[in-house]
Design a protein. Structure first.
Length: 83
C-alpha cells in the first residue's frame, strides 16, 4: 500500500468519527415513546417510557461528549502543528 492510500483511509476513519455521533444526535427522536418504539422494532424487546427516556438522555450525552472530544483533539493537533 502506498502512503497516500493509508492517509486517505485514515482521513475516512476520522470523518466517520465525526459523522456517526452527529447523525445520531440529529436523528434522535424527541419523544420517549418513539425511542421505545424504535427499540422494540430493532430488538423485539419492549421497554417502558421511563427507560426509553433514560436511553435517549444517555445517547444525547454520549454523542455530545464524543463530539467535544473530537473537537478538542482536532484543536490540539492544529495547535501542535502551528507551534
Amino acid at each position: 500500500m502506498s502512503r497516500s492510500c493509508c492517509k486517505l483511509a485514515r482521513r475516512g476513519g476520522a470523518l466517520a468519527g465525526w459523522i456517526v455521533p452527529a447523525s445520531v444526535l440529529a436523528l434522535m427522536p424527541k419523544c420517549p415513546m418513539c425511542v421505545a418504539a424504535y427499540v422494540a422494532v430493532a430488538t423485539g424487546l419492549g421497554v417502558s417510557v421511563s427507560v426509553a427516556a433514560y436511553l435517549r438522555s444517555s445517547a444525547i450525552v454520549l454523542c455530545v461528549l464524543t463530539l467535544l472530544y473530537l473537537a478538542a483533539r482536532s484543536l490540539h493537533r492544529n495547535l501542535r502543528r502551528t507551534s
